[in-house]
Design a protein around this ligand. Structure first.
Ligand code: PLP
Length: 352
C-alpha cells in the first residue's frame, strides 16, 4: 500500500481469486471452469474481430444482446452485457444498495459479495445458512435492503426452487433481488420466467462456466427495462467498452451453437453424479449439488491438509479457511479422465 491510497480503501480486503498457476500443469479443479473448449466457430469469430481491433467495439453490444434476447425470449431492452458477471454484480451493488440501503446475502456464498459491499461503503448483512448449508427463504422475507443470492449457491452447490425465489421477490417489492445464476445450466431451476412478472428481479448469468468462455470475460443480466437502464447508466459512467469486440463476437458464435454447450452441460452433470457417488464410496460427505462442482469433506481429515496433499500430486482444488467450511474442499467437475486422476490421488492420500 502506498501512502497515497484514499482513507476510504485503507481497510478494504480484496477478493482472492482461485489460483491460476504457471509453474506446472495441474489437473485444474479449482475455479469451476468448463473442462471443454468453446463451441465450434467461436475462435474463428473472435479471430475475425481481432483483425479490426484498431476500432472501438460497439458499446451497446446490440448484436450480442439481440442474440441473447432471442435465446431467452425477451427484448434487447431486457438484456445487459458486461465484462464477466463479476462486473455486473459490482454494478448492481453500486446501483441498488448503499446510501442507507443495506445488502443482504448468505453468510456462506460467493466471496465477492462482501467485497463489493465494502468497496462501495454498503452495510453488509450476512444471513446465516441453515445447519445443513441450505438457504431458508423465510430468512429473506420483508427485508429492508438489496438482496443477492447465488442459485445454485457457491461453494455449496445447493439450489432453491423457482417457487422459493418467487416468495422472496413477493416479500421484497421495494428492493432489487439479484439472483446470480452462474451455475444454473447444470440442473437447477432458473427464475428467468419470473422476470416478466417482477420488476425487482435481476438475473445475472455468465458465459464462464457452462459455455467454456471464462477467459473471454462475458456476463449478462436479464431484468425489466428499468433495471437494465440503471445498469447501463453505471456502465456508461465507468467503461462503455467493457465487452471487447472479440468477446462480443465469441458470445454471438457461442449462442449460435448452444446445442454444443448444452451437450457439454449434460456431460458435466453425468460426471458430477459419478463423482459424488465415488466420493461417498471413499467415505466423503458431499453436499447435494446442482452445480459443476461438489463441496465435500472427509471425516478425520483437515480440508487444508487434503488440499495441500492433492496439490503436491498435481491436482488443484479450492479450500476456504472460513468458519463452518474449513473441513471442506470444493472440487470442480472436470472430464471423466481428470476425475479418474483425482480418485487415484485421493486413494493414495487416504490409504497412507
Ligand atoms: C464464477 C462466478 C461468478 C463470476 O463469473 P464471471 O462471469 O467469470 O465474472 C459469479 N458468481 C458466482 C457465484 C460465481 O461462482
Amino acid at each position: 500500500m502506498s501512502r497515497y491510497l484514499s482513507d476510504k480503501y485503507q481497510s478494504l480486503e480484496a477478493y482472492t481469486p482461485g489460483e491460476q498457476p504457471r509453474d506446472m500443469r495441474y489437473v485444474k479443479l479449482n475455479t469451476n471452469e468448463s473442462p471443454y473448449p468453446p463451441a465450434p466457430g467461436v475462435v474463428e469469430a473472435a479471430g475475425r474481430e481481432a483483425q479490426r481491433a484498431q476500432l472501438y467495439c460497439d458499446p451497446v453490444c446490440a448484436e450480442l444482446r439481440d442474440a441473447l434476447a432471442a435465446r431467452y425470449d425477451v427484448k434487447r431492452a431486457n438484456v445487459f452485457a458486461s465484462n464477466g458477471s463479476d462486473d455486473i454484480l459490482n454494478f448492481a451493488f453500486m446501483a441498488f444498495a448503499g446510501a442507507g440501503v443495506p445488502a443482504y446475502f448468505p453468510d456462506i456464498s460467493y466471496g465477492f459479495y462482501p467485497v463489493y459491499a465494502a468497496l462501495h461503503g454498503i452495510e453488509a448483512r450476512p444471513v446465516p445458512l441453515k445447519d445443513d448449508f441450505s438457504i431458508d427463504p423465510a430468512d429473506y422475507l420483508g427485508l429492508d435492503g438489496f438482496i443477492a443470492i447465488a442459485n445454485p449457491n457457491a461453494p455449496t452447490g445447493m439450489a432453491l426452487t423457482r417457487a422459493q425465489i418467487e416468495s422472496i421477490l413477493k416479500a421484497n417489492p421495494n428492493h432489487v433481488v439479484l439472483i446470480d445464476e452462474a451455475y444454473v445450466d447444470f440442473g437447477a431451476q432458473s427464475c428467468l420466467p419470473l422476470v416478466a412478472q417482477y420488476d425487482n428481479l435481476l438475473v445475472v448469468r455468465t458465459f464462464s462456466k457452462s459455455r467454456g468462455l471464462a477467459g473471454a470475460r462475458l456476463g449478462f443480466a436479464i431484468a425489466q427495462e428499468g433495471i437494465i437502464a440503471d445498469l447501463e447508466r453505471i456502465k456508461y459512467s465507468t467503461n462503455p467498452y467493457s465487452v471487447n469486440r472479440m468477446t462480443q463476437a465469441a458470445g454471438i458464435a457461442s449462442l449460435a451453437r448452444d446445442d454444443y454447450n448444452a451437450e457439454n452441460c449434460r456431460r458435466v452433470i453425468a460426471t458430477r453424479e459419478r463423482t459424488v457417488a465415488r466420493l461417498r464410496e471413499l467415505g466423503f460427505e458431499a453436499l447435494p449439488t446442482l452445480a459443476n462442482f461438489v463441496f465435500a469433506r472427509h471425516p478425520g481429515t483437515d480440508g487444508g491438509w487434503l488440499y495441500g496433499e492433492l496439490k503436491k500430486r498435481g491436482v488443484l482444488t479450492r479450500h476456504f479457511d472460513a468458519p463452518r467450511i474449513a473441513d471442506y474442499l470444493r472440487i470442480t467437475i472436470g472430464t471423466d479422465d481428470e476425475m479418474d486422476v483425482l480418485f487415484v490421488k485421493l486413494r493414495e492420500i487416504l490409504e497412507a
